[in-house]
Ligand binder design. Sequence first.
Ligand code: IPE
Ligand code: IPE
Ligand code: MG
Ligand code: MG
Length: 289
Amino acid sequence: MEKLKDTLIRTKTKIDTTFKSIKFPNSNVLESTNEAMYYMLNLGDGGKRIRPAIVYAISEAFNGDEQKAFEFAKAIEFIHTYTLIIDDIQDDDAIRRNAPTCHIKFDVNTATLAASRLFEEGLYPFHKYCENIELFRKLNNQLHKGQCADLNAESWGKDMLSLQHLQFIHSGKTSALIQIAILGGCISSKLSEQQTSKLLEYGHYLGLAFQAKDDILSKTETAESLGKRAGEDADENKLTYPSLFGSVENAQIEANKLSEKAIACLGEFEKENVTVLEELAKFTVQRKR
Ligand code: IPE
Ligand code: IPE
Ligand code: MG
Ligand code: MG
């Protein structure tokens, strides 16, 4: 996985460095919102920065516009950070990346304002460059529906605990965000509608595999190594791959199948253009955090 490793390291260095000195336009130094946004963009070790790496993986393989890719790479991390803030409020989680979550470090009001501002900033390059804004709107809507269903699922009856419902949640809360990153990469590289649609299909399965593995890691790893709550505490009443398939081993088999489905979507591209994406699909289900 040499090519993926290289893309991840370069992306993380670029995004981490950029966010350390980030300033938002029209910001008021007296607002605690800015402090909370800055805190979250640099939370802990900054995280894996996988979604910006997806933008670069596509843009670099298909001769994309570097400046546009940079704008999308930052934007997707703003949107990801917005989802993390809201998710931690919803899940009542105090720790992420081994650091206090936004609403714990500040308060729920400040965290909500910081999340809204990050989302707004994240929308900007898509509004500026996306010719098919309806597609972007659809993906955002799906993201919202997934988080909403995830929240409601805790009180669903047994008849709702199905693979179909689980994948509905994951295709929203996880795949849609990954697909937005893919869209950014495709726009920077001026890919055709057909190519974009194939990569979005890849993103759908990659997201499902990513979330399945996330649910597995919550069972197999410690809170310290994941940097967030793990185990029964985190998954109580939650519909997850391990709970649905009865064991971590079975869930891992399903996650591997999803990763293979993602890779199958790359078949019609030149192999060297999609090596990083292929490696990413494999890494997603083998990762330890
Ligand atoms: C966490 O995403 C949210 C999920 C979709 C499970 P990541 O695992 O990409 O989080 P960071 O950014 O690396 O911390
Ligand atoms: C992940 O939610 C998806 C989003 C943050 C949108 P989870 O609640 O399943 O993941 P963690 O464990 O908090 O990262
Ligand atoms: Mg959560
Ligand atoms: Mg959640």
